[in-house]
Design a binder for this molecule. Structure first.
Ligand SMILES: Nc1ncnc2c1ncn2[C@@H]1O[C@H](COP(=O)(O)OP(=O)(O)OP(=O)(O)O)[C@@H](O)[C@H]1O
Ligand SMILES: [Mg+2]
Length: 266
C-alpha cells in the first residue's frame, strides 16, 4: 500500500517552563508529505514552525500525537533527515570547507573525498575563495550558505530547512531558489521548508501549509499547481500571482483574531 514519506498525526507540543505556565506551541497538527514533494510551512512568528521541524528531526518528542518518516524507526527519527536549524551551528574552530563536510565525515566518507565533494559546490553557494575562512569572519548570509551547503551535502532524501535564506539579499536569494529547485529535481529530495517569505514558498513548493498564531494549527493547505523546477520568469505570470494572493489571504485569515485586536486598538 502507498504511504507518504512523512506523516504527522494530531501532534501537540507544550514546553514546561518551571514555575511559569507551560507554553502550548503546537495544537493538533496533522499533515503529510509525499516522496519528492516540496512542502513549506508558513505562519506568524512564534507559532511553532521551528518546534515542528525539531520534532521531525528527532531532537524532541511531541507531548502527544505521532510523527512517522518512512524507513525510520518510530520514536527514533534522529539522523533520518538532513536538518538545517534556524540558528546555524557552525563550529568556530573549523574552516568553511571543514564545516560543510562534517556530516559526510560522520558517515564515514574519507576526508579527502568529502572535501572534494564540498569544494565542487562552493562556487554555486557563493563561497569560492572562502574555504579556509573561519565562521567568525563571515557575514550572516555567508554563514547561512555554509550551513545550507552542509545540509545538502549530507545527502539525506528528506531535508528540513528552517528559514535557510533568511539573511540573504534578494538577488542571492532568488539565484539560490532557482539553483535549489534544479538540484532538488535531480536529487529526488523531499523538502520541508519553514519560511516567512510567501514569494519563496510559492516559488519553491508543491504545497504550502499555513499555520495560525500560537498554539500553531494548520489553517490551510494551498496547492501550487505549477510544474517544477520553475524559473524566475514564472514569478511575473498571472498563475503565480494568483498563488501569492491565495497565500496572503490564507495567512491573513489565519491571523484574524490579532488583526481584529489591532483594529480595536487603532
Ligand atoms: N525550548 C523551549 N522552551 C520553552 N519554550 C519554547 C522553547 N522553544 C520554543 N518555545 C516556545 O514555543 C513557541 C514556538 O516557538 P518556535 O520557535 O517553534 O516558533 P517559530 O514559529 O519558529 O517562530 P519564528 O518564526 O519567530 O522563528 C514560542 O512561543 C517559543 O517561546
Ligand atoms: Mg522559527
Amino acid at each position: 500500500m502507498h504511504s507518504p514519506l512523512v506523516t504527522v498525526e494530531h501532534v501537540s507540543h507544550a514546553f514546561a517552563r518551571g514555575r511559569d505556565p507551560a507554553i502550548q506551541a503546537l495544537q493538533d497538527v496533522s499533515f503529510s508529505v509525499e516522496q519528492g514533494e516540496f512542502v513549506s510551512l508558513v505562519g506568524p512568528s512564534g507559532c511553532g514552525k521551528s518546534t515542528m521541524l525539531r520534532l521531525l528531526a528527532g531532537l524532541d518528542t511531541p507531548s502527544s500525537g505521532s510523527l512517522r518518516i518512512e524507513g525510520a524507526t518510530p520514536g527514533q527519527l534522529l539522523g533520518a533527515a538532513g536538518y538545517m536549524p534556524q540558528r546555524d551551528l557552525l563550529m568556530p574552530w573549523r574552516s568553511v570547507l571543514d564545516n560543510t563536510t562534517v556530516a559526510l565525515e560522520f558517515a564515514g566518507v574519507p576526508r579527502q573525498e568529502a572535501r572534494e565533494r564540498a569544494r565542487a559546490l562552493l562556487p554555486i553557494f557563493g563561497l569560492e575563495g572562502f574555504e579556509r575562512a573561519h565562521p567568525a569572519t563571515l557575514s550572516g548570509g555567508m554563514r547561512q550558505r555554509v550551513s545550507l551547503l552542509r545540509t545538502v551535502l549530507a545527502g539525506r532524501r528528506l531535508l528540513l530547512l528552517d528559514e535557510p535564506f533568511g539573511a540573504l539579499d534578494a538577488i542571492t536569494r532568488s539565484d539560490l531558489h532557482e539553483w535549489l529547485a534544479g538540484v532538488l529535481a535531480k536529487l529526488d529530495a523531499t523538502v520541508i521548508l519553514v519560511t516567512h517569505d510567501l514569494e519563496e514558498a510559492a516559488f519553491l513548493s508543491d504545497r504550502v501549509y499555513v499555520m495560525t498564531d500560537r498554539p500553531g494549527r494548520i489553517a490551510a493547505a494551498i496547492a501550487v499547481p505549477l510544474p517544477r523546477p520553475r524559473s524566475y520568469e514564472l514569478t511575473t505570470s498571472p498563475a503565480f500571482g494568483e498563488v501569492r494572493r491565495e497565500l496572503m489571504t490564507a495567512l491573513r485569515e489565519a491571523r484574524r483574531p490579532l488583526a481584529t485586536a489591532a483594529r480595536l486598538v487603532g
